[in-house]
Design a protein around this ligand. Structure first.
Ligand code: SF4
Length: 432
């Protein structure tokens, strides 16, 4: 007979940390990519979706350069260019868009889900992409669903593109029957390899009914309803979470699955919600957790004691800072984040070291001054800041790489540590 002990999630077990520390809020010029960037990882995740940006040549260049960071980019995105005639109101943009979409779908019968992605130019000319999506959906149903969201950079940061895309997809999810047993839904794009590892762990824990959102294929959207319990896999999905909650789903409070501690806490939140006993949970996760701890130990000497400064960029900053401080012994100089969603990050904030300096939003000049004055060992920032800071002798890590690389889960914990260790090693070699 096994002893049934309920698992206490990390969030409720810890009361200390940074949760009550004042946050420095800044507004001013920002240095971030726009939401179109999300297309780069989303088009790989949903394998029969196509992303048609309705934008300018600048948008097309942005997508191409962001895709250049990826080795395996596939042609499942494109830009319908709004030119001067459209901007001057001389052409009927809706008729042109219908023509472009019709041509695209004739050429690509493999497309099941088409996203019309809005941009700054489409918003400036007030092109109503939601009406266009409804009109085109009617024309191409049932073979193709057409949805829309905005990737515009006017008031967003680049990971919000995924949030907007997933929020647009929530109304398409079928309703779960009210009497069904609770289901677990993992929300946020994860690399397929990470998704497979997570599914194996949930299986071993005894949670068999697990959906992943977004799915790999458009037709495989999980059902959602009051019996759905969801775990966010990414900290930048505020609108998506709100849309799921409006369908009755309940968010599980948890740290994010970065590093051994974060992954354990994330899995524990699911185990707790589904009444899994402590022995079964421990047996399910112990081998992977211990393997990850051994792998992490190899990277600790290279990172422990090093001082790190985060510029606001991906919205992954708080969970990353927690991992680096608690598991790798790094010192946090400043943790900047574009937006601080205190509810979704409650478990993370409780785990950060007390007295940690958190900043929200950006005034890039003021933040650069603080960074230069602090002279940290490592700066995590966007591409636009990295080169100038390197030229000044600081060592940098591109924040965007952390979104493109599989970093979640036990088996990726050491890879995540290595991503931070690599620039430090490179700098050592350069000065040697
Ligand atoms: S959406 Fe806006 S910020 Fe993004 S590339 Fe296009 S014009 Fe630039």
């Amino acid at each position: 007979m096994s002893v049934v002990t309920r698992i206490t999630p990390i969030a409720s077990a810890l009361q200390e940390g940074c949760a009550e520390v004042p946050v420095l809020r800044e507004r001013g010029q920002r240095e971030v990519f726009c939401g179109l960037t999300g297309i780069i990882w989303l088009h790989r995740k949903i394998q029969d979706a196509f992303f048609l940006v309705v934008g300018s040549r600048t948008c097309a260049h942005l997508i191409q350069s962001a895709a250049g960071v990826m080795i395996f980019a596939e042609p499942r995105f494109a830009t319908a260019i709004i030119d001067e005639r459209d901007l001057a109101g001389l052409a009927d943009c809706n008729a042109e868009l219908d023509r472009v979409v019709t041509r695209l779908l004739e050429r690509r019968p493999d497309i099941r889900l088409l996203f019309l992605v809005g941009s700054c130019p489409s918003e400036v000319i007030k092109l109503d992409l939601s009406r266009a999506a409804q009109r085109l959906s009617k024309s191409f149903a049932p073979a193709v669903r057409v949805l829309n969201y905005s990737g515009s950079g006017i008031e967003t940061t680049f990971t919000q593109g995924e949030d907007a895309c997933l929020a647009a997809l929530v109304p398409e999810m079928p309703a779960a029957p009210g009497s069904a047993a609770p289901d677990l839904l993992v929300v946020g794009a994860l690399a397929d390899v990470v998704e497979d590892q997570m599914r194996r762990l949930f299986d071993a824990m005894g949670i068999g009914r697990v959906g992943f959102f977004p799915p790999r294929h458009a037709a495989d959207l999980a059902a959602v309803g009051p019996n759905t319990r969801f775990l966010l896999a990414q900290p930048f999905l505020a609108d998506t979470a709100r849309a799921l909650e409006a369908r009755g789903a309940v968010r599980l409070d948890a740290p994010f699955p970065l590093g051994v501690e974060g992954t354990s806490g994330w899995l524990a939140a699911a185990a707790h919600a589904f009444g899994i006993d402590a022995q079964r949970f421990e047996a399910a996760i112990a081998p992977a957790r211990e393997r990850a701890q051994r792998a992490l130990a190899r990277h600790r000497p290279g990172l422990a004691g090093k001082r790190i400064f985060f510029f606001p960029d991906s919205q992954l900053e708080i969970p990353l800072a927690r991992f680096l401080a608690r598991e790798m012994g790094m010192q946090l100089v400043e943790v900047g984040t574009p937006y601080l969603h205190k509810q979704h990050l409650a478990a993370e904030l409780a785990l950060l070291p007390a007295q940690c300096q958190i900043s929200e939003g950006q005034h890039v000049e003021k933040q650069l001054d603080r960074c230069r004055a602090a002279q940290p060992d490592l700066v995590v920032c966007g591409l636009g800041l990295a080169n100038p800071l390197e030229a000044e002798g600081l060592t940098t890590k591109w924040a965007i790489e952390l979104v493109f690389t599989p970093i979640q889960g036990f088996d990726q914990a050491a890879d995540l540590a290595e991503l931070f260790e690599r620039p430090l090693v490179r700098r050592l070699r350069l000065v040697a």
